[in-house]
Design a protein around this ligand. Structure first.
Ligand SMILES: [Mg+2]
Length: 363
């Protein structure tokens, strides 16, 4: 556990990193974050203690962030890596309509990062990014662990615990025939920005180098212009969908819309029609000739994809985030594709799950 960072004695797990001085810094940085509802004991003991309020149940999600798979040290600023690490977990909590209670982080770092001054800088910047988002959404870092990474690559594993009213969490399986299919925000921005980053810094061009800070990265305005580096988990939308009983099913768009609609359709035992002309395409993707591929298959947008009953009026804006109807849930017919794309001219084709693994096969 990150335990004892604040306590009387240092936990054994952190002793190896004792020379860092970094841990002291993290302890101070995160000490100010109040316990979310349901966290009875955070950093400072062998275990954290969770005590959900009466009538609430506990939700847990875990996400690995691997260097070379989910980020590149020479492309993503360290603040972005910390932000994205937490954002991925928060997005899953949002997708269930829950509120985040606490985060737990296990971090494996190359040995030189544990001792070198420069190494401390990367880790310090990583925690700055993670902390800024944690503070904004009010989730405490309630524990964690660190270890030396074999192979020289960074690995961060985050566990998010959330809480929601018993039996009310939004699942992927609740959609019915005739339900409208909706998505929040805009699609394709994260993939478009990543392609731009890759074009500016092709693999190996800055080998061993680190991406610099983005000026003003912690502000909402700057983050909005960097959908790949600073995706925004839709916690306010998720809790509103649950509270207002708007959604019949919900999930987050992490792999790419085409892949994630296929997940929703499968879990609900239905088919879906997606209207291509209705897709809310992110400005960074819209100006590219491949906007349709970016919007359909580009991942990491971390928007919410949900269904609502045909008779329900879904607002065009929830918690300040645009909501767009992009299709309809239909009965799944034998021999027909699970997801059909309907063009603006009425043409129909199968929409294959094409969500993309940007660094698949390594760096
Ligand atoms: Mg998810």
């Amino acid at each position: 556990m990150l335990g004892h960072m604040r306590g009387r004695k240092r936990s054994s797990e952190w002793e190896g990193a004792g020379e860092l001085g970094l841990i002291e810094g993290i302890r101070g940085d995160f000490a100010g974050l109040g316990g979310g509802s349901g966290l009875a004991l955070g950093i400072g003991d062998d275990c954290a203690i969770l005590r959900p309020p009466r009538g609430m149940e506990v939700l847990v999600t875990t996400d690995m962030t691997l260097e070379g798979r989910h980020f590149r040290r020479d492309l993503h600023p360290a603040e972005s890596v910390g932000h994205r690490c937490l954002a991925r977990g928060l997005s899953d909590v949002a997708a269930m309509g829950a509120r985040p209670t606490a985060a737990f982080l296990s971090l494996a770092l190359p040995p030189e990062m544990l001792v070198e001054r420069a190494g401390r800088m990367w880790v310090g910047r990583f925690f700055e990014g993670l902390r800024a988002l944690a503070e904004r959404v009010g989730v405490p870092l309630a524990g964690g662990d660190t270890a030396e990474a074999m192979g020289g690559l960074i690995m961060a594993d985050i566990v998010l615990v959330g809480a929601a009213v018993v039996g009310r969490s939004l699942r992927r399986s609740g959609a019915k025939v005739g339900d409208g299919l909706y998505v929040t925000g805009a699609l394709g921005g994260a993939a478009a920005e990543l392609e731009g980053m890759l074009a500016r810094a092709p693999d190996g061009a800055v080998a061993g180098g680190w991406a610099g800070r983005v000026r003003g990265w912690a502000t909402a305005g700057v983050q909005a212009r960097h959908p790949q580096m600073f995706p925004q988990p839709r916690l306010g939308v998720g809790t509103a969908l649950l509270r207002r009983r708007l959604a019949t099913a919900c999930m987050d768009v992490s792999d790419g819309l085409s892949t994630d609609v296929a997940h929703l359709v499968r879990e609900s035992g239905l088919g879906a029609e997606v209207m291509l002309g209705a897709l809310p395409v992110h400005g960074m993707a819209a100006r590219r000739s491949e906007w349709e591929r970016l919007a359909l298959d580009g991942g990491e947008d971390y928007e919410l994809l949900f269904t609502a009953a045909a008779g329900v009026r879904v607002p065009g804006m929830i918690d300040g985030v645009p909501v767009t109807r992009i299709g309809t849930m239909v009965r799944r017919r034998a021999g027909s594709p699970p997801v059909t794309a309907v063009g603006a001219d009425g043409s129909r084709r199968e929409l294959p799950a094409g969500g993309w693994e940007h660094f698949s096969g390594g760096r």
